[in-house]
Design a protein around this ligand. Structure first.
Ligand SMILES: NC(=O)C1=CN([C@@H]2O[C@H](COP(=O)(O)OP(=O)(O)OC[C@H]3O[C@@H](n4cnc5c(N)ncnc54)[C@H](OP(=O)(O)O)[C@@H]3O)[C@@H](O)[C@H]2O)C=CC1
Ligand SMILES: O=C(O)CCC(=O)C(=O)O
Length: 370
């Protein structure tokens, strides 16, 4: 048995639950990292290559994200082993069973992540009720459909550009992953004058220096095709997305895509981490040393969970965009100012800000974690 206490530090994790039901090939993990601020919220990720370590790192990112955004929620995350493109009936059975198996894990509120969506959350609601990110028909605010995280990213970019030497009009952007985060980030940024010159999905990369039409790419994805089916431009290998020269590079897919062994290939001025844990610390240090500004994940991509938390409190959809804008602009400014003034990595400044808030709420409780 893996020694799960190797992840333990002053913040958590509070609980690590492994779920196994061989009759339907259900293998899942829930990490509840910290609930000092309230019940944890974090998405359920369905992917073939997840792990306990990935789940813990994602749960910790949620603890920091929810604290930075001043939400009354702690951090948790769940992962399910499986192909997100499995037949829908299999996926429904898996998610319903996973929800049932975690019925008693009341300190965790289900939400969507890679491989799961509003419909998956509707199945969770039907089974156990403790869920956010629901379809509108069930009273939810469909955070992926409205582009909550992409909206937040567009404001993070706007603030980060005050710390850079270029403007958004005409800036070349590259997006790795063309799902809920990648598509909406590209949509909001190109609406403000940026040019999307590269995009990747699980099948490959498309590169067109003259610009890619975001809605054409979105239509291809809705038809079950790939970004590489775009009618113009150069088709490249999936990993070649990192080589495309640009001004803003936005990871919006898997973890650890920017590492010590490939960070030198990035030719950009600004990295906005749309994905969770997309870069290793060493890679972020390299970027910092080479003058590339990098806004960390739990600051940049908090739009989705702000929306989710507001849904949980019964808020109206029209208030969500304003709340995301305000919180993300304030945090981005605070983190980048502190990083600049103290000559720190933006991540160091962000972790200081968020963990200070978590420690304060822990100090207000009899037991710090539970
Ligand atoms: N949804 C949200 O609001 C939030 C999401 N995040 C994070 O953002 C990231 C993306 O989430 P989301 O957009 O919701 O996920 P989706 O499942 O909607 O989209 C993921 C996209 O990534 C692509 N992809 C998968 N693997 C690779 C790869 N190796 N290289 C390139 N592209 C790849 C997929 O390709 P294909 O289409 O071919 O499957 C798909 O286009 C995750 O890290 C998630 O945790 C963070 C905060 C909030
Ligand atoms: O935004 C979501 O889907 C819920 C929260 C989450 O999992 C995340 O922010 O990564």
């Amino acid at each position: 048995m893996e020694n799960v206490f190797k992840f333990a530090d002053e913040l958590g994790p509070l609980k690590v639950i492994h779920v196994y039901e061989p009759s339907i090939d259900l293998k899942g993990i829930l990490v509840i990292d910290n609930v000092a601020t309230g019940p944890s919220i974090g998405g359920v990720r369905l992917a073939p290559d997840v792990s306990t370590k990935e789940c813990f790192r994602l749960a910790r990112a949620m603890t920091l994200k929810n604290a930075a955004a001043e939400l009354p929620h702690g951090g948790g995350k769940a992962v399910l082993f499986g192909d997100p493109k499995m037949p829908k009936s299999d996926k429904e059975r898996l998610i319903r069973a996973f929800a049932c198996s975690l019925r008693e894990a009341e300190q965790y509120i289900f939400a969507p992540d890679m491989g799961t969506d509003e419909e998956s959350m509707a199945w969770v609601k039907d089974e156990i009720g403790r869920v956010v990110g629901l379809p509108r028909e069930l009273g939810g605010i469909p955070l992926d459909e409205i582009g909550a995280t992409g909206w937040g990213i567009s404001h993070v970019v706007d603030v980060a550009l005050r710390f850079c030497d270029f403007e958004l009009a005409g800036a070349r952007i590259v997006v790795q992953g063309f799902g809920a985060v990648g598509y909406h980030a590209a949509r909001f940024l190109t609406d403000k004058g940026a040019v999307l010159v590269g995009a990747a999905d699980s099948h490959g990369t498309i590169h067109r220096p003259g610009g890619l039409n975001v809605e054409t790419l979105s239509t291809l994805k809705q038809q079950g095709k790939s970004v590489v089916d775009y009618p113009e431009g150069e088709r490249l290998e999936r990993e070649s997305i990192i080589d495309i020269p640009c001004d803003i590079w936005i990871p919006a897919a898997r973890p650890d895509v920017i590492r010590e062994d490939n960070v030198q290939r990035l030719k950009t001025k600004l990295v906005i981490e749309g994905a969770n844990i997309p870069a290793t610390l060493e890679a972020e240090k390299y970027l910092h040393a080479h003058g590339v500004l990098c806004v960390p994940d739990f600051i940049a991509n908090a739009g989705g969970v702000i929306c989710a938390a507001m849904e949980y409190q019964g808020a109206n959809e029209s208030l969500v965009f304003q709340a995301i804008e305000e919180k993300l602009r304030r945090n981005t400014e605070a983190v980048l100012k502190e990083a600049k003034n103290q000559q720190k990595l933006p991540r160091e400044a962000a972790v200081d800000l968020a963990s200070r808030r978590v420690r304060k709420t822990m100090g207000l409780r009899r037991w710090s974690l539970f």
